[in-house]
Design a protein around this ligand. Structure first.
Ligand code: M6R
Length: 622
């Protein structure tokens, strides 16, 4: 949701802002804007509806905004239509075509999040003579800071603190004050924000990729903290206005990993990075050929002591949980329930005090997942997070964190982070099974061998590319598609269906194969595409029968199986055979052709693969 960037130092701010915004465009892309404050307190603001390119054109690639201190924003609309008026930055004064008007604004800011009591605050400010030019909650927050600044004749930090006490909701705010040229002020509650420092320069961003090429030394600002950012220096303050010190963290990601590096789309690059992401993730937890989660403080005693596991996550991360439940229950024989984090937070789940709550999230900032984690902690439950972004809120707040080593994922549709999450969950299942005495040493070593072989098998799965591309071209006009499977094949069907619909806009659904005939089969007609996952031998014939029921109604059947399989071959119209693996772990292989199908279907329709309409990479509002 929305990306914010800030810079103060000795370079032209607009160059850094445009570069950072291009790295954050995956967070939102319906409009963008920048404000640059020069040393005389003169602010230039430019906003543009649509993608970042429009802002680039409008500012002549930033040249029309001279100055070395500025803030920028790429928006995913929450309040107000995605037009220029509602685009950020917002001002304490009026919005006018005449840039001299901006000089009348004492406070200028960008915001990521939602101010829930904005109506009430808007009324209050209207009573005090403020006028509003936009429909946004952000304009309200900025005018509120301006109000406190003037009412109490206080400085920026005190005014921001008063605003934080008064507003409800979530925010990462970056503000500039006319009276404080060269400085950026920041505040945060429940929306991500990092501050990076290098020699004589300071950066602020919603996410690491925006500033990775400039610095790896960052601070994670916490809820209800504020920052004063000067060139090469930053001060932090608590809600009382007292200065506090925060620990500097070094980011280990390679800056090149956040670049497209010759690939046409980030998604295809990230699909191809999966073998490496899986290798890196598994090796991170291997010590002398054995799994070791002690670096996360996740001891054998904790894994032995849990009487159940509850997984909470959203979107694809929830699909990881759905897939992992079959493996954890089968290998470790621990009951598992998988909850959508958005439901978890409002349900009174009956969980035993010995439940291990696992929250899975690529970004580590998904609002619903974060809240589910907090609720679990409030209830005194042991929490474990599986997270990709180092230092993110979910990683920091969980009792234990198992990082996935997928590196920065830029495409909105997740691929390598999904796979790395699944690898961690499979490893967790094997370890739980072993320490709880459900599998013996020989079985443990067998499973470890299987897991270690997965990255190379994933690389082989990528060779199905040309085959999948042909199928995508053949069905480029399709209206609907159905993904079916049983057991963990059903869970992977959910992910395949999401991959297709989120980037190609083809209506698709995933069904447990046996459930199709209880209603949904009425949608099947001549040439409807049915994708059947057939990697679980014990239920393969059942799924094939369900596919046959669709064939009888004119459907086209695409099967996905492991190894040569004459039965599947004869009963489908087209079959993709993947390398053979232990069936517990087949999801890591069968998801690959499904990711490719989503990708090529999007490309064949001429769509924006990496930035599908209406979506944002990191969903920091509920
Ligand atoms: O960052 P998270 O893993 O918490 O994100 C969860 C979902 O928003 C995410 O998986 C989403 O469903 C993706 N668009 C899937 O490709």
């Amino acid at each position: 949701m929305c990306g914010i960037v800030g810079f103060t130092g000795n370079k032209q701010a607009a160059d850094v802002l445009l570069d950072g915004l291009s790295k954050l465009e995956y967070r939102g892309y319906d409009s963008a804007g920048m404000a640059v404050l020069d040393e005389n307190g003169t602010t230039s603001v430019v906003k543009a509806a649509g993608k970042l390119d429009h802002l680039k054109q409008k500012t002549d690639n930033g040249r029309l905004l001279p100055g070395t201190c500025g803030i920028g924003h790429t928006r995913w609309a929450t309040h107000g239509a995605p037009n220029e008026k509602n685009a950020h930055p917002h001002l304490s004064g009026a919005l006018d075509d005449d840039p001299s008007e901006y000089r009348a604004s004492d406070v200028i800011g960008v915001h990521n999040g939602i101010i829930e009591n904005q109506e009430e605050l808007r009324e209050k400010l209207l009573r005090h003579g403020y006028q509003f030019y936009s429909d946004t909650d952000t304009e309200v927050a900025i005018k509120l800071v301006d109000y406190y600044l003037k009412k109490y004749r206080i400085g920026p930090i005190d005014a921001i603190n008063r605003m934080m006490v008064r507003v409800r909701g979530s925010y990462a705010l970056a503000l500039m004050f006319r009276e404080h040229p060269g400085e950026i002020y920041a505040a945060r509650k429940d929306s991500p924000m990092i501050i990076g420092i290098s020699e004589g320069e300071s950066y602020l961003a919603s996410d690491v990729p925006a500033i990775l090429q400039y610095t790896r030394n960052v601070y994670y600002i916490e809820n209800y903290q504020a920052a004063r950012i000067l060139p090469g220096k930053v001060q932090f303050f608590d809600l009382n206005g007292d200065e506090i010190s925060l620990e500097q963290v070094t980011i280990t990601w390679d800056a090149k990993a956040a670049e497209k590096g010759g690939w046409e789309h980030f998604m295809m690059k990230e699909i191809h990075e999966q073998p490496q992401a899986l290798r890196d993730t598994l090796h991170h937890y291997l010590m002398d050929g054995q799994l070791d989660f002690s670096q996360a403080g996740l001891t054998d005693e904790i894994l032995q002591g849990a009487d159940s596991v509850c997984i909470a996550a959203c979107g694809s991360a929830w699909h990881v949980g759905m897939t992992a439940q079959y493996v954890i229950e089968d290998l470790a024989q621990v009951p598992v329930r998988v909850e959508l984090a958005s439901e978890f937070r409002y349900r009174k789940l009956l969980l035993s005090p010995k439940t291990l709550v696992v929250v899975i999230s690529q970004s580590g900032e998904t609002a619903d997942s974060l809240e589910a984690l907090r609720i679990a902690k409030e209830r005194g439950l042991k929490t474990l997070s599986v997270v990709n972004v180092q230092g993110s809120s979910i990683a920091r707040e969980a009792d234990h964190v198992l990082y996935t080593l997928a590196g920065p994922e830029i495409a909105v549709a997740t691929t390598k982070a999904f796979s790395a999450q699944l690898m961690v969950m499979y490893a967790l299942a094997v370890q739980m099974a072993y320490v709880r005495g459900r599998i013996d040493r020989e079985q443990y070593e067998g499973y470890m061998k299987e897991l270690s072989a997965i990255p190379d098998k994933v690389a082989s799965c990528l060779e199905t590319k040309a085959h999948i591309q042909r199928i995508a071209a053949r069905f480029s006009g399709a209206r609907d598609a159905f993904f079916i499977g049983r057991g963990s094949d059903y869970a992977i069907s959910l992910e395949g269906s999401l991959k297709l619909k989120e980037i190609s806009y083809v209506h698709s659904e995933a069904y447990a194969a046996g459930e199709l005939k209880h209603g949904t089969i009425s949608l099947v007609e001549e040439k409807t595409l049915i994708i059947g996952l057939l990697t679980q031998r014990n239920v393969m014939n059942k799924t094939l029968s369900n596919m046959a029921e669709c064939k009888a109604r004119g459907a086209f059947l695409l099967g996905i199986t492991q190894g040569e399989n004459s039965e599947a071959q004869s009963q489908t119209d087209d079959l993709i055979s993947l390398p053979v693996s232990d069936e517990h772990f087949s999801g890591l292989l069968s998801v690959i052709p499904l990711q490719l199908l989503g990708y090529y279907s999007s490309v064949s329709r001429g769509l924006d693969v990496d930035k599908p309409r209406n979506l944002a990479k990191s969903v920091t509002v509920e």
